[in-house]
Design a protein around this ligand. Structure first.
Ligand SMILES: [Zn+2]
Length: 247
């Protein structure tokens, strides 16, 4: 079977083979074995480099065995993002996101489309990587079942008087300060986030193709998403810690 796939990770195995983890639009996250793909000069090997959009042909030979990649052809190498170190770091964040969030062998075609769209943005000098990241991460989280809410407190249904919420990364609850300060709740680990950041994330998820340039909100969104992802992904390296511009 032939499938569109984003190559996420590629590790040399013995002399001439590779173990490749890729995100297939049709089959989700797959780890496969590519015989003879380790040679740097081979076209097969080049099409299995990380951050390549490829057409991958292969299959599981037996139920439960490693996927065998027979052939691969390059569809897009996102050349510009690989020549710009900052944009390369941004792309790496999406790779870690996908490796950390996607369940294996489960199709997530809309997340796939968002990931390709994100890499296309990074390869376009007109697009802001920071805004593209917020759009990709927020919308992908929503599709994977972790939609970030906005508006009112999950308990009392009021708008918070101080415009500040406590967000619980495990179940997505949003509490106002008053509800958060009740004795049985205070011990849990909530992330503090202001109302405008949540509204910004909500807007970018709902209406992602509009340009949402607002530096303070983009920065606050990135910090907030780092907290959410640190909760979901072991060893998440926060965007804050990377040598990139946040706006
Ligand atoms: Zn409340």
């Amino acid at each position: 079977m032939e499938q569109r796939a984003l190559i996420l990770r590629s590790v040399r195995y013995l002399e001439s083979d590779r173990v490749v983890t890729f995100f297939s639009r049709d089959e989700g996250l797959i780890t496969g074995f590519a015989r003879g793909a380790a040679g740097m000069a081979s076209r097969f090997g080049a099409s299995l480099e990380p951050l390549t959009l490829a057409l991958v042909m292969g299959r599981h030979h037996l139920e439960g065995t490693l996927y065998r990649i027979h052939k691969a052809a390059i569809l897009d190498t996102f050349a510009l993002l690989k020549s710009d170190l900052g944009r390369f770091y941004w792309a790496g964040a999406a790779v870690r996101f996908l490796l950390g969030m996607l369940p294996p062998n489960f199709p997530e075609p809309l997340v796939f489309d968002l990931a390709v769209r994100y890499l296309e943005s990074l390869a376009d000098p007109e697009d802001s990587p920071a805004v593209a990241w917020v759009r990709f991460a927020t919308s992908s989280l929503a599709l994977l079942g972790y939609q970030i809410l906005s508006g009112t407190c999950s308990l009392c249904r009021e708008k918070p008087w101080d415009d500040s919420f406590r967000y619980h990364p495990q179940d997505g609850r949003l509490l106002c300060s008053a509800c958060h300060d009740s004795p049985d709740i205070r011990a849990e680990s909530f992330v503090t986030v202001d109302r405008w950041t949540l509204e910004y994330l909500h807007g970018i998820e709902r209406d992602g193709e509009k340009v949402f340039l607002n530096s303070p909100l983009v920065e606050r969104s990135i910090t907030f998403l780092d907290h959410v992802l640190a909760y979901r992904i072991d060893g998440w390296k926060s965007i804050d810690s990377l040598p990139v511009t946040l706006s």
